[in-house]
Design a protein around this ligand. Structure first.
Ligand SMILES: [Fe+2]
Length: 503
């Protein structure tokens, strides 16, 4: 009996040829498409045996689809995680900003921006209670043009006012369905309020000091989770805002106190009235034109304001002498710089303003070392004192003194120019000469009992240097025509008839 197995064919019993062997290869092997081989194509051009390839292709597609879905799930989870963490990171940023930001306006701006992002709201406003007027004010109205102050009465009909009065959280999915909502603001601004969340800010004694308002949550109404976040933020913000308000009050008290102290010196003599304030204004104009760092602006302001405070220790008979001073009298006047330093050093200036006594007392120092009272040279003199030196000399020369009239403006110019690099720092003189004439004249006129705003407008954009050229006889061009006459009228206004300059 023949075995129907091995290399024999089952039907014929003959030994299997090589072709037969090939034909009998398992289908799986034979059907496997060779890498890079094209599918066999029939005579009429259609794929003869594309099913396995399609199958592989389908498998590949499925594999990619699964991986894509997995990746999407991962992204969604990450997004969810991010969304969950967003309020936390917002809170972190606000708390971080609080630690560095003392100014109320910047603090409110930071809080508003971060809260808006944190709660995915379209708008956010922080309303602060002004107890003197019984109003709620906000300076931040995002989405509108820039900053502007909005004031609403606490007794008013708005949701914010209602929140401030009741001390309750208000969460409304659609403002137009709530009778407490006043659509007048929407009408005025063209904005369409939908969801509203208002949270009161309370101080430690439980008094409402403001209201947080967020509008139009981007994906549906505000949730109870949003309420919790905003409540937490409001609690932190309340403390900060109170602190910033207290800081502002202290700053304003210090500012006003120093100004009054400076004025007490100026007021001793009607002819020097306003000198310290004008020197402060000129100094700040020069400082801003030189773009000095922000932290130097306050040092400059207070140093300029107090520069002559030491004159309190100089006898009036010397200060008010109508004529040239003797060398002894001049030496006596010079002591005021040292007295300024001694007196100001007794004031508890904060670390930020610690340089004020030194800067203020250096306003008579000269670059070449011939100034007083320390005889400092060049870089030894603080830069801010170099600014005050230019402002001080300019104001002294352009003011009436007991011993002379206002000095002609071209002569003032000569003195500034000839003082370059020996008395004055050249950069400070340049900065002064570059100042718009309108600004310089506005300071010059600020302490005079005369409304000169119309005249000031005529000076357009010309610089102080250009005005000096015109006064010295330069040919006026276009709008400059007639300016010298206006200037002379302003400059000599109110001077006594026939008053002769001694200089
Ligand atoms: Fe002085």
């Amino acid at each position: 009996m023949a075995k129907a197995s091995g290399s024999h064919t089952a039907s014929t019993g003959k030994p299997a040829s090589e072709e037969d062997k090939k034909a009998k290869k398992p289908a799986k092997e034979a059907d496997k498409p060779k890498k890079g081989a094209k599918a066999p194509v029939s005579k009429n051009g259609t794929a003869k045996d594309k099913a396995p390839e399609l199958h592989a292709f389908e498998e590949e597609l499925n594999r990619r689809e699964v991986s894509l879905i997995e990746r999407e799930i991962k992204t969604i989870r990450m997004q969810e995680e991010l969304d969950r963490l967003r309020p936390l990171s917002g809170l972190y940023r606000v708390v971080k900003a609080m630690a560095t930001e003392r100014r109320l306006d910047s603090l409110l701006d930071t809080i508003t921006r971060e809260t808006q992002a944190m709660l995915k709201a379209d708008r956010c406003s922080v309303f602060v209670v002004d107890s003197t007027t019984d109003e709620l004010w906000t300076q931040v109205a995002q989405g509108l043009e820039g900053f502007r102050m909005i004031r609403i009465p606490v007794s008013g009909t708005s949701i914010v006012a209602w929140c401030a009065r009741s001390g309750d959280i208000i969460n409304i999915p659609d403002a137009y369905d709530d009778e407490r909502f006043d659509p007048a603001v929407d009408k005025a601004t063209g904005y369409r309020t939908r969801s509203v969340l208002c949270v009161p800010m309370q101080n430690r004694s439980g008094q409402v000091i403001g209201v947080f308002q967020v509008l139009n949550k981007k994906d549906g109404p505000f949730t109870s989770e949003d309420e919790d976040w905003l409540e937490g933020l409001a609690a932190v913000a309340a403390g900060l805002i109170e602190q910033a308000q207290a800081y502002q009050e202290i700053e304003s008290f210090v500012d006003q106190t120093l100004m009054v102290l400076a004025q007490t010196i100026d007021k001793r003599d009607p002819l020097t009235a306003g000198h310290s304030i004008r020197v402060t204004k000129y100094s700040l104009l020069i400082g801003q034109s030189l773009i000095i760092p922000d932290e130097d602006i306050d040092i400059l302001r207070y140093s300029a304001m107090m520069h002559d405070y030491g004159k309190i220790g100089v006898p009036e008979a010397v200060l008010w002498k109508n004529g040239r001073l003797t060398p002894e009298e001049y030496a006596c006047v010079q002591t005021h710089a040292r007295i300024t330093f001694d007196l100001l050093s007794n004031l508890p200036f904060t670390k930020r303003l610690a340089a004020v006594p030194f800067v203020a007392s250096c306003h008579h120092e000269k670059l070449d070392g011939s100034g007083y009272y320390r005889g400092l040279k060049g870089e030894e003199i603080p830069f801010l004192a170099k600014i005050i030196a230019v402002a001080d000399v300019f104001d002294a020369l352009t003011s009436v003194r007991h011993y002379r009239n206002r000095m002609p403006i071209d002569k003032v110019h000569e003195i500034l120019e000839s003082g370059r690099n020996n008395h004055f720092e050249s950069r400070c003189v340049d900065a002064f000469l570059r100042l718009p004439c309108q600004q310089v004249l506005s300071v010059m006129e600020s302490e005079r009992d005369r409304n000169s705003s119309e005249d000031l407008e005529r000076f357009g954009n010309i610089t102080w240097a250009r005005l000096t050229e015109l006064v010295s006889g330069a040919e006026p061009k276009g709008e400059e025509e007639g300016i010298v006459d206006i200037f002379e009228r302003m400059y000599n206004f109110g001077l006594p008839e026939g008053y002769k300059a001694l200089d």
